[in-house]
Design a binder for this molecule. Structure first.
Ligand code: AHG
Ligand code: MN
Ligand code: MN
Length: 364
């Protein structure tokens, strides 16, 4: 398709902004800064071993470990730096927070402060980076509290603890065979593909919609002995296929790169589960609420899908900590609702009670 027929990310944002005559352009400039960080990360990822960027980040005593207790890859640290550098100078942000930083990052005194907060996972799926699997960056944009903007004070953890429903925008970049940027500003979900010749994101996937039904699920089955009953039931029923209560066969996928799974689900439907389990009782799930579950949840809902903890809609959760972990289920609406239903029903006891028999009261 000739260039003139394509919409660039810049043009898309300007046209969106015209719907809001009072908007000053801060928000668009912020998204373009985020997109620049993603383009820089895409290049670093693409060079791989040639760029000397693979492997673990060295710390003072052995490998460097982040606040989550996870070993940092060199590319985790590099991607975090690229996000900071691209976004701290523009005057749009009151502060930032990231998976790779214990505390919120302040905007240096030499730069103006703005009205938004940027929260990000600079490189999701990075444990796979050394084996050349698709990874990505995830981001969420919130409004800074009024009083922060008015006073220009430093940001604190509490300023970021806003439910996902308050996100102004969310998105991810996927560094796969092509680099893509998927974005919602609360008006549907649009996908852009990076034209490597021009260095521009081009609108290639307008108004993405997730099919409500699916026959594909994704879960790390090595955790199955730690799952709670509703998840066990859901997966058992999928595995039973045509001969089970669902009456149809299911396919399974596990990339171990949530951003890549989210993209697959956005393209063709499916359900992803990283539920709360009993593996590490101190951790309330594996993935993080503010920079993984909420942005992906916002994208899913804006594309007609659904995101949930299993017990409540993800976007309704009131965060209690910057790096809070949470059980996460997202994807095709009817499947996520089914999983929520299984959580709401009384736990089935494995017995021969007729209530739990094949055609009993508690079977769907
Ligand atoms: P991150 O690389 O940002 O720490 O996130 C990794 C996450 C997610 O991408 C993926 O779904 C999950 O961890 C993989 O978990 P397992 O190690 O259980 O497969
Ligand atoms: Mn991640
Ligand atoms: Mn990460």
């Amino acid at each position: 398709m000739p260039l003139s027929k394509r919409t660039t990310l810049t043009q898309f944002l300007i046209e969106e902004r015209r719907r809001f005559p009072d908007a000053r352009g801060d928000f668009n400039a912020l998204i373009l800064d985020v997109a620049l960080a993603c383009k820089a990360i895409a290049r670093a990822v693409a060079f791989g071993e040639l760029g000397g960027v693979l492997g673990n980040q060295a710390g003072e005593t052995g490998d460097s470990v982040n606040v989550q207790g996870e070993t940092q890859k060199k590319l985790d640290v590099l991607s975090n730096d690229l996000f900071i550098r691209a976004n701290e100078w523009g005057g749009h942000l009151a502060g930032m927070a990231s998976e790779e930083m214990d505390l919120p990052r302040q905007i240096p005194a030499k730069h103006p402060r703005g009205k938004y907060l940027l929260v990000f996972d600079p490189l999701d799926g990075s444990s796979n980076i050394d084996v050349n699997v698709s990874v990505g960056s995830i981001f969420s944009i919130l409004r800074a509290p009024q009083e922060v903007v008015a006073s220009g004070r430093d940001v604190a953890e509490a300023d970021f603890l806003q439910p996902g429903a308050q996100q102004v925008a969310a998105g991810y970049a996927l560094y796969g065979p092509t680099t893509m940027l998927v974005l919602t500003v609360g008006n549907g979900v649009n996908g852009f593909t990076l034209d490597p010749n021009l260095g521009e994101f081009m609108l290639t996937h307008p108004q993405l919609q997730i099919p409500a039904d699916t026959q594909e699920f994704a879960i790390n089955a090595s955790n199955s002995r730690f799952w709670e009953a509703p998840i066990r039931r859901y997966v058992d029923e999928c595995l039973a296929g045509k001969t089970g209560p669902r009456g149809k066969d299911f396919n399974m996928r596990w990339i171990a790169s949530m951003v890549a799974e989210a993209h697959r689900i956005l393209m063709r439907g499916g359900v992803f589960m990283y539920p709360r389990d009993s593996k590490e009782p101190a951790k309330n799930g594996r993935l993080r609420l503010l920079y993984e579950a909420n942005p992906v949840g916002f994208i899913m809902e804006q594309a007609g899908g659904r995101a949930s903890t299993g017990r409540q809609p993800m976007l309704a959760v009131h965060p209690t900590a910057l790096h809070q972990r949470i059980g996460l289920v997202f994807g095709s609406k009817n499947e996520v609702e089914r999983i929520e239903r299984y959580h709401a029903e009384p736990t089935r006891v494995e017995s021969d009670s007729p209530l739990f028999a094949e055609r009993g009261l508690f079977r769907v």
